[in-house]
Design a protein around this ligand. Sequence first.
Ligand code: CP3
Length: 331
Amino acid sequence: MLLLSVLAKKKEKEVPVWLMRQAGRYLPEYRKLRKENKGFLDLVFSPKKATEITLQPIKRFDFDAAILFSDILVIPLALGQQVSFEQGLELSPIDVENIRVHAKEISHKLAPIAQTVQKTRKELAKDKALIGFAGGPFTVALYMLQGTSKKGFDEALSFAYTQTKAFEKLLDDLTEATTYYLLDQIKAGVNAVQLFETWAALVPWHKQKEWLLKPLQTMIHAVRKDYPDFPVITYLKGVGGFVPYYAAHSQTTAVSLDSSYPLELLDDIECVIQGNLDPHILLNGGTFMKESVFSIKKALKGRPFIFNLGHGILKETPLEHVEQLMKLLRD
Ligand code: CP3
């Protein structure tokens, strides 16, 4: 598997490529399945349909890795919070003090997702990697406390700054629950995992070690206790100044960089790099994309590197632009 080889820092001529959010709404075959079914979560909890959706982008574009079709918000769901995606994202109010984490309960509630992993791994070509994932505790905590994705995270942040003890208990609970979930995905057969800390930029600098590094590092250590050397990719968005410290102290295998990260200034990062084409550049395709891909490849020449976007693919992205991108990378 090219992706695993690069994650193990082996020299490869080719650059592996996959795209964050590659299984989703920009694909007509996804939109069709979505329309024919009751809801997003019904797709996530149907191993048959989730496997089909996971494989859709591989069939169409021949990416080097498939990412499990699921969501970071299945953890709040497993902890007893109601989560709905149908009229925009909505989560029911939650009493943080009353959350109790039980490994068996998490595994039981999320068992269909582990089945999707098993089924997908069986159907996926042997040379393609299957990536599992989970949200970073800070990012998931924000959604749990805010209850929606429409109006920013003002209320969630107020909670963090006025009920800090309870907020930190929530981070601990999420760290534990997410660890069980990651271990279940690995047991079921994923070849690597990615941790999505999408809202890392909302953490003030003097709390980055405690609210970002510590929970992520705890999960990585727990995974490695059972699966030494298991590849972990961490996506941290908007915290370029913190990434080198994170890379040096977390034991992450790779960091997934957002599009603002200057790839010419990577000398202080030793781990594998993933990234970082701006999704808006892919949305528009053409000459600008060609030049951008060239710049990224030039800056990373000679380093173990996985091509990806700096954030998830936008749902309006024309399929032809993804084809153009693949041609640029493969020819
Ligand atoms: O293709 C893949 O990457 C695999 C599946 C995946 C989804 N979500 C499916 C999905 C992954 C890896 C995610 C991660 C995720 N989910 C993140 C982190 C990555 C990032 O892009 O920042 C976050 C913050 C979420 C939370 C989430 N899920 C939001 C805010 C939304 C949109 C809610 C809305 O208002 O519509 C989702 C829904 C979601 N997750 C969809 C998909 C395909 C769209 C659901 C639909 O079909 O309506």
